[in-house]
Design a protein around this ligand. Structure first.
Ligand code: FMN
Length: 231
């Protein structure tokens, strides 16, 4: 396919998009991440879409070791409940606890995920910096339109932040397990009751060499054209 000329290097853009992994085992727990770098990456991330241009996104950056340790305790408690299948998420099928056929790619990737996830569970408090992206408003009892509009006003910016960090050789991982104790963590760090936390990104320099694209389900399996189920 011939592409029209663009003002950027498509290969580099695709490389960043395809190699921004959930990094856990290769987080450098020793080297501090400078504030300026984090703010620069957040400035880039703020170019993401924002419903009705409201920009009620806020990014809480946690550096203090004692606060990180307290949040990590909640994360671990959440992880224990998750692994024990004690969350509603288990019913949705969006769960690491879900079993697939032995030959399914996701089943074959499970062991590595448990190892890496277990490491983060044990060492989260040692990651130099956490970013907690938040969005103004509570919407858990609203309709799907409202929920999608609110999540859509924070999740793209959060992913852009991971990409912008990655482009600067800084790694992170998308995590949500602490959200089982969202209120407790909000009280700990002063997040107002009318804000919703979207994730927790542990942020650290990437150790070792480059990262590779992950193996994913083939496009043909996940794309329908015109009508559900048609290819
Ligand atoms: C909504 C969401 C929540 C996640 N929560 C966690 C989490 O709490 N802890 C964790 O270690 N990884 C978490 N992950 C990371 C996934 O396990 C990871 O994206 C998946 O295994 C694919 O790996 P990759 O991101 O390296 O391609 C989460 C990912 C998403 C999208």
């Amino acid at each position: 396919m011939t592409m029209p000329p663009v003002e950027f290097d498509l290969a580099s853009v695709d490389h960043v998009l395809q190699t921004t992994r959930s990094v856990r085992l290769r987080l450098d727990l020793e080297r501090p991440v400078p504030r300026e770098l984090v703010e620069e990456a957040i400035r880039v991330a703020l170019q993401a879409p924002t419903g009705a241009n409201t920009q009620t996104w806020r990014f809480l950056v946690v550096e203090d070791p004692a606060t990180r340790a307290a949040i990590a305790d909640f994360y671990r408690k959440g992880a224990e409940r998750y692994v024990a299948g004690q969350t509603a998420l288990t019913r949705t099928g969006v769960s690491m606890m879900r079993e697939y056929e032995a030959e399914d790619l996701r089943q074959r990737q499970r062991e590595a995920l448990f190892k890496s996830g277990g490491f983060l569970m044990e060492r989260l408090q040692d990651v130099p910096l956490f970013v907690i992206p938040c969005i103004g408003s509570r919407f858990e009892h609203e309709d799907v339109f409202t929920q999608a509009s609110m999540w859509g006003s924070i999740l793209p910016a959060t992913w852009s932040l991971m990409l912008a960090l990655r482009a600067r050789r800084v790694a992170s991982a998308w995590t949500t397990l602490h959200l089982m104790y969202e209120r407790e963590v909000a009280e700990l760090v002063g997040i107002p009751a009318d804000y919703t936390q979207a994730a927790l990104l542990p942020v650290a320099w990437l150790k070792g060499g480059g990262l590779k694209p992950a193996k994913r389900l083939p496009v043909g399996e996940v794309v329908y054209w015109g009508r559900w189920g048609e290819r």
